[in-house]
Design a protein. Structure first.
Length: 150
């Protein structure tokens, strides 16, 4: 059985690194010019300031996935806290079935209990998981364009 939990970034930092590398290998564009180099100190700062949430999925204590969000008050709606997805990943072995859905639903429930008003999740066009998000009643609200500079 897969177990879902809210975890501390500080506690799982070393454990998350190999999955983050797998994630980067699978989805990153422009790998020749933009190398994976997480700003670990900034993650730790966000965690210490209660602005980071790391939701994990584990099978028999092994980390098989994560859903990381950053909390912030909105510049446009200062009465509300919004959660912005930083990264979401499941190892390939667990992508069939409901593991991804359950991970996101768990995060939604936890965030709602905290009073977070809205959750934004990014999805890559070349590696979409839109079907899962639509199943969970997320609505597409923006498109993001990217260009490597310099």
């Amino acid at each position: 059985m897969v177990k879902y939990e809210l975890d501390s970034f500080i506690r799982i930092r070393r454990e998350i690194e190999p999955l983050l590398k797998q994630h980067w290998d699978e989805i990153a564009l422009n790998k020749d010019t933009i190398k994976l180099n997480p700003h670990w100190k900034k993650y730790a700062m966000l965690d210490q300031n209660n602005m980071l949430r790391v939701y994990t999925a584990r099978k028999d204590e092994e980390l098989i996935g994560y859903f990381v969000v950053i909390l912030e008050s909105s510049l446009h709606y200062m009465d509300h806290t919004f959660a912005h997805n930083d990264v979401i990943f499941l190892t390939k072995k667990y992508r069939k079935g409901l593991t991804g859905v359950k991970l996101i639903k768990y995060a939604e429930e936890c965030l709602a209990e905290e009073g977070v008003k809205q959750l934004f999740v990014n999805t890559k066009l070349h590696q979409p998981f839109d079907v899962i998000l639509e199943r969970l009643e997320f609505k597409e609200v923006e498109k993001v364009y990217s260009k490597v500079l310099g």
